[in-house]
Design a protein around this ligand. Structure first.
Ligand SMILES: [Zn+2]
Length: 390
């Protein structure tokens, strides 16, 4: 078993949690990214810092094994966290990094500063254990919780080229998640003709086109659920209207010109986003109202086979370190792994310390023992993947 610095990884997680790198204007990721880069330099690594947007750097270090030719493994974490929200819902300081009852508390403790710390300390442990084939690319990216600007920038800079597999350290409660749900967000603008409420015959009311559209979205969901039976790890396809905008209260005597419906579509492998967007556009065009569908977010589902070397190495490492059979699961949302797999061509798998449902909640925490255990699994997974032993 590779020897990891158990105290070091926990202390580094605390230090990261104490930096409020929320995905908000005014806070941002810079200080957290600088702490990561400083730790890398302390170990003699040579991180490169890429300015994705102002105060939003990506940090990437390539650690050569010095043990001859071999594959390239990528470890990925993100430095941003979601906002702490209403402080009165917390019983601990969200940026205190306090350890109590065997748990490390705070915003980002699970999602995913502990996972990010584990990737660094696992790589360091493997490096200290002696030469290994190939190399590890350790990446701390910005804006996972937003538009995933960091992951997109990483790919567009050409940094995904030559990477053979990626482990994304999101909190998945010890499950090995090689599949992830897709997300498609649509905005439907229905344009009619504005008129006085007393003379509706002179207008075309887009609000009345919303009703049939909502009914149609429900039928489309039922049809998609029939055509794509529930996935064992990802569940059903959902087509959910989430926002309605039309008219305004002081204008109760006016037929508005435009009504907008926003739709959050969650897909499983096999469901085609282009087809779904076209179907929504067809549903929206009725009653002489012009409809325009804009795609706001398009993140396809991820479906990496468990036989893929990076998944197999991780599963073997999980078994070796924990003594337990690996449990396979799915990611309910999308992660940077979605971007890396679809646009970067890197087979990715998501696995990391922390519970699946604790992310983004008040009193977020991670079990301290889980951070250390995950660091050991990462080190062992890297060893196996780079040596072709899985
Ligand atoms: Zn995350």
């Amino acid at each position: 078993m590779i020897d990891v610095d158990a105290d070091g990884v926990v202390e580094f997680t605390q230090a990261l949690v104490r930096i409020p790198s929320t995905n908000d204007p005014g806070r941002r990721e810079r200080a957290a990214a600088e702490l990561v880069a400083a730790k890398m330099r302390e170990w003699g690594w040579e991180p490169r810092v890429y300015e994705v947007a102002p105060d939003r750097p990506n940090v990437v270090a390539v650690v050569e094994g010095g043990g001859g030719d071999g594959p390239t493994l990528m470890f990925e974490g993100h430095t941003d966290v979601v906002t702490e929200g209403d402080l009165s819902t917390w019983t601990v300081d969200p940026f205190g990094g306090e350890i109590r009852d065997g748990k490390l508390w705070g915003r980002g403790s699970a999602d995913m500063k502990s996972g990010l710390a584990a990737t660094l300390y696992a790589t360091r442990a493997l490096q200290l254990a002696g030469p290994f084939p190939g190399r590890i690319k350790v990446c701390a990216l910005a804006d996972e919780e937003g538009l995933m600007l960091g992951a997109h920038h990483f790919v567009s800079e050409g940094l995904a080229a030559g990477v053979d597999g990626a482990i994304v350290a999101e909190p998945e409660a010890g499950e090995i998640c090689a599949v992830a749900k897709g997300a498609l967000r649509l905005r439907v603008d229905l344009t009619g003709k504005m008129a006085h409420g007393a003379m509706p015959q002179h207008g075309r009311n887009p609000i009345q086109a919303v009703g049939p559209l909502l009914v149609g979205l429900r039928s489309l969901q039922e049809e998609l659920q029939r055509r794509h039976p529930a996935h064992e790890h990802l569940g059903e396809v959902y087509v959910t209207p989430t926002v309605l905008q039309a008219g305004s209260e002081p204008q109760v005597n006016v037929i508005p010109a435009v009504a907008s419906v926003f739709v959050d579509v969650r897909t499983i492998p096999g469901a085609e986003h282009k087809e779904i967007a076209d179907r929504v556009a067809a549903l929206a065009s009725c009653d002489g109202i012009a409809a325009e569908v804009s795609v706001l977010v398009d993140r396809p589902p991820v479906d990496v086979p468990v036989s893929e070397p990076v998944v197999a190495a991780l599963a073997a490492a999980h078994r070796a370190v924990t003594g337990e059979e690996p449990v396979y699961g799915g990611v309910p949302g999308s992660t940077d792994g979605t971007v890396l797999t679809h646009w970067g061509g890197i087979p990715s798998v998501v696995y990391g310390p922390g519970g699946k449902w604790i992310a983004h909640q008040a009193d977020e925490y991670v079990e301290v023992a889980e951070i250390v255990r995950c660091t050991r699994v990462f080190a062992e997974a890297a060893r196996r993947f780079l040596n072709g032993d899985h």
